[in-house]
Design a protein. Structure first.
Lengths: 248, 228
């Protein structure tokens, strides 16, 4: 199939960007979106032109490196899918495709479609960890964790930190990411000791990074490739309120 | 690129206001207070239907209960102040949090009402100002000491009536998102009850708007004559 691509080009964080138009032909429906871009880049390199910069690592939907806002949706039109797991069969022959970077002030554009997501790393560094020694792995069931709680902690832990939530949020808020990390640790016994300081410090860091404030648009959960839901955000709000009332 | 530093100490215990999430919680609480007031306000004002004498008696009764009279004033003023301290500033910061807008944008979940909270909020603010001015007699020529008559003369002027209706429409939209949203903000998110939040918000929002408009209509003699 043939496609017209409008791709955001920006040479560095300070310069203004613009869309470049590319026509790609003979795209196989079985290519992934990133493979399609690889083919485009090979063509550009052969013609001594500057290839399009974009992020990726695992290409199997587990690392969170790939990004891209495709036709106005972070990670493209398919639900619960990272860009690297999006296949060209989701597009139709002759379609015009718009590709933009995550547009979040706290994620400055490095080049073209690559953004700097270290703001998320700093939020994790502020409190997204358990620093108490928990010893070697305990025998199964020595510390009982109810199944539904374990499940919720696990679904929260599936967050790959890709940034699609902030990219999708009309307010450019990082709430879903922060909330997923807080639920992931705060629901389990090891996470209790630092429960109060964790929620406060991660949220303080989130505000400091210049993200917007959650306005409950719920766009994040529709964009999340892991389908983490906004119930996590409600829980984070409860956790923060609780931290002002209870010691632990 | 200026790199931000990582917060390493949890020093913020005493000041909940420093957290955007807590400010939003305060806004949700103030919104709830305002909604509760609107229902009480409407219920009290049904006395309007009994005519000027009965309404004046109601006002005298209110004044004889200063706790009720001034208590409500203070609570409402505080709620509005909190609401205004958070809503517009968060809105501004949210705009700045995305300096370059998307050229193509596809929404999958949000609503029109949610994206226009600032517009409906500002309409409400304008409405509230004009409404107070109308009741107090600051607005219309030939204003009297009688709240009842000030209301009636006000509604003979089309800009006042139009703004009244606009205010109610804005209220319905504001609460379509607001009432749904405040549960989420306050952490009340539960798979069993989530499905009721939207219908509840619609009923509350449209409910107040409808009740208010109905009350004003019923006060117009011509409308009453038709109904009779
Ligand atoms: C009678 C008057 C009002 C009532 C009953 C009311 C009620 C509410 C409620 C219940 C919320 C939801 C809070 C939440 O999601 O946690 C809300 C949000 C909001 N209100 Fe109001 N409000 C009123 C007046 C105003 C005014 C005068 C303004 C602005 C000038 C305003 C601006 C906003 C904004 C911008 C939001 C959304 C903020 C966000 O989602 O981040 N409101 N309001
Ligand atoms: S490249 Fe790893 S998730 Fe897409």
């Amino acid at each position: 199939m043939n496609l017209t691509l409008n791709i955001w080009r920006q040479s560095d964080p300070e310069s203004p960007g613009n869309f470049d138009v590319f026509n790609v032909s003979d795209v196989s429906p079985d290519m992934s979106f990133l493979e399609m871009l690889d083919v485009l880049n090979e063509g550009l390199i052969v013609h001594d032109e500057e290839p399009v910069a974009f992020d990726y690592d695992c290409r199997e939907g587990i690392c969170g490196a790939c990004s891209l806002v495709i036709n106005g949706s972070p990670h493209g039109p398919q639900k619960a899918t990272t860009t690297c797991q999006l296949y060209m069969r989701e597009f139709s022959d002759g379609e015009e495709v718009w590709i933009e970077p995550w547009r979040v002030g706290a994620f400055p554009v490095v080049r073209d479609l690559v953004v700097d997501r270290s703001a998320y790393d700093r939020i994790l560094q502020a409190g997204g960890f358990v620093s108490v020694r928990t010893g070697a792995a305990p025998d199964g069931n020595t510390i009982p964790v109810p199944k539904d709680v374990a499940d919720r902690a696990f679904t929260s832990a599936t967050c790959i930190g890709c940034g699609a939530c902030a990219a999708a949020c009309p307010s450019a808020s990082a709430s879903l990411f922060v909330a997923a990390k807080i639920s992931h640790l705060g629901l389990l016994p090891q996470g209790q000791t630092e429960r109060n300081s964790r929620v406060r410090m991660m949220l303080a860091q989130m505000d400091k990074e210049g993200f917007g404030h959650c306005s409950n648009h719920a766009e994040c959960q529709s964009a999340c490739p892991k389908e983490i839901d906004i119930g996590r955000i409600a829980r984070m709000n409860r956790d923060l309120g609780r931290s002002f009332i209870r010691r632990t | 690129m200026s790199k931000s530093t990582v917060i390493t100490r949890d020093t913020a215990l005493p000041s909940a206001w420093r957290y955007s999430v807590m400010r939003k919680v305060f806004m949700a609480i103030s919104g709830m207070v305002l909604v509760a007031f609107l229902f009480g306000h409407w219920a009290g004002n049904t006395v309007l239907l009994d005519g000027e004498l009965a309404f004046n008696e109601y006002l005298v009764w209110l004044q004889r209960h200063p706790i009720l009279h001034y208590g409500v004033w203070i609570v409402i003023a505080m709620a509005l102040l909190v609401h205004l301290a958070v809503g517009p500033s968060h809105w501004l910061k949210n705009r700045r949090a995305r300096p370059e807008r998307y050229y193509k944008r596809k929404y999958r979940a949000t609503t029109w009402a949610a994206r226009t909270m600032m517009v409906s909020g500002l309409t409400l603010l304008l409405f509230i100002c004009v409404h107070v001015a109308q009741v107090r007699g600051w607005l219309v020529f030939g204003a009297s000491d009688s709240v009842f008559r000030n209301l009636q003369t006000g509604f003979t002027r089309w800009p006042v009536t139009t703004l009244y209706v606009l205010g109610q429409v804005a209220l319905a939209f504001h609460l379509y998102h607001g009432v749904w949203s405040l549960f989420q903000t306050l952490g009340a998110h539960h798979p069993r009850y989530n499905q009721w939040r939207r219908p509840f918000a619609v009923v509350v929002g449209l409910g107040i708007a409808f009740l208010n408009i109905a009350l004003v209509l019923l006060n117009i003699d011509a409308v009453r004559a038709v109904l009779r």
